[in-house]
Design a protein around this ligand. Structure first.
Ligand code: PTJ
Length: 250
């Protein structure tokens, strides 16, 4: 479908088309369309803007990723189809890799997402290998299947668009978890060390810029950002923004 760029909801419509294309081509899971719709509902309540609390979270996320010894970017079918280029840019800047990790797991979809990323930059993708796979404990879905060299040995994981037990399990394993989730009520949002309550399409370019700005700062400067960051406060600010939006409308 051709979308008129002057349409007031052009961006959202373009993203929907990308996801539909992703489903037709075996990259995105059909359930990804539903997940995207849930995200859009929250985005609407957040005025479809990157709010100040999201900017604070983006800064803390950049500090965590820069301080990490072995950061990794986890990608699923939705984030791959919406933002593969941004993942590659961030991975290059951090000199880290991207690992495909799926809820609706299938070997074929893993391969397709890996190929998509490989076509952009083969060095940034952690290609899955049978002998490298391990199963993380306390995860009820196939998201538990990870690569030892990737999420397995990482100390900081970027986890976009999921609501589940993986975040909790990763935190329990002493890893730092940065979530991107428009739903501030989700389990992932609650358990992550940093929750970016924003649309992935808006916040990843901002995260890239923030990492670039902070890249040459010393360790103490980055630690101060983290020490003064309070994720519970950020979640509360997000919830208050949603309530204020509803109050204004009533
Ligand atoms: O590719 P797979 O198999 O790994 O599956 C991916 C989905 C997204 C289908 C899977 O992880 C899933 O079912 O996720 P949930 O439990 O529906 O959670 C997705 C979360 O992402 C929800 O809280 C949504 O509000 C949020 N979300 C959806 N679209 C966006 C978003 N957050 C930020 N930006 C978005 N564009």
């Amino acid at each position: 479908m051709k979308i008129d760029p002057k349409h007031p909801r052009a961006l959202s419509l373009q993203n929907r088309e990308k996801l539909v294309w992703g489903v037709k081509n075996g990259i995105t899971s059909p359930a990804g369309l539903i997940a995207f719709g849930r995200g859009e509902a929250f985005d609407y309540l957040l005025s479809e803007r990157t709010q100040p609390f999201a900017k604070k979270a983006i800064r803390a996320a950049a500090a965590y990723l820069l301080l990490a010894k072995k950061p990794i970017l986890s990608i699923n079918g939705n984030s791959a189809i919406l933002c593969a280029n941004e993942f590659i840019r961030i991975a290059k800047l951090l000199n880290c890799r991207i690992e495909v990790n799926l809820f609706h797991y299938s070997q074929s979809r893993v391969k397709k997402i890996e190929s998509l990323l490989k076509s952009l930059d083969p060095e940034r993708v952690l290609i899955s290998k049978k002998e490298e796979k391990i199963i993380l404990p306390e995860i009820a879905s196939k998201r538990a299947i990870v690569m030892r060299e990737g999420i397995g040995n990482s100390d900081c994981v970027l986890v976009p668009l999921e609501d589940g037990d993986r975040c909790q399990a990763l935190v329990k394993m002493q890893k730092k978890v940065i979530a991107i989730d428009l739903n501030p009520l989700s389990r992932t949002a609650k358990y992550a060390q940093v929750t970016i309550v924003d649309n992935i399409c808006r916040c990843l370019p901002l995260l890239f810029r923030e990492i670039k700005d902070l890249k040459n700062k010393d360790k103490r400067f980055l630690e101060e950002i983290i020490n003064s960051y309070d994720n519970n406060k950020i979640i509360n600010e997000a919830l208050r923004a949603i309530c204020a939006k509803l109050d204004d409308t009533l």
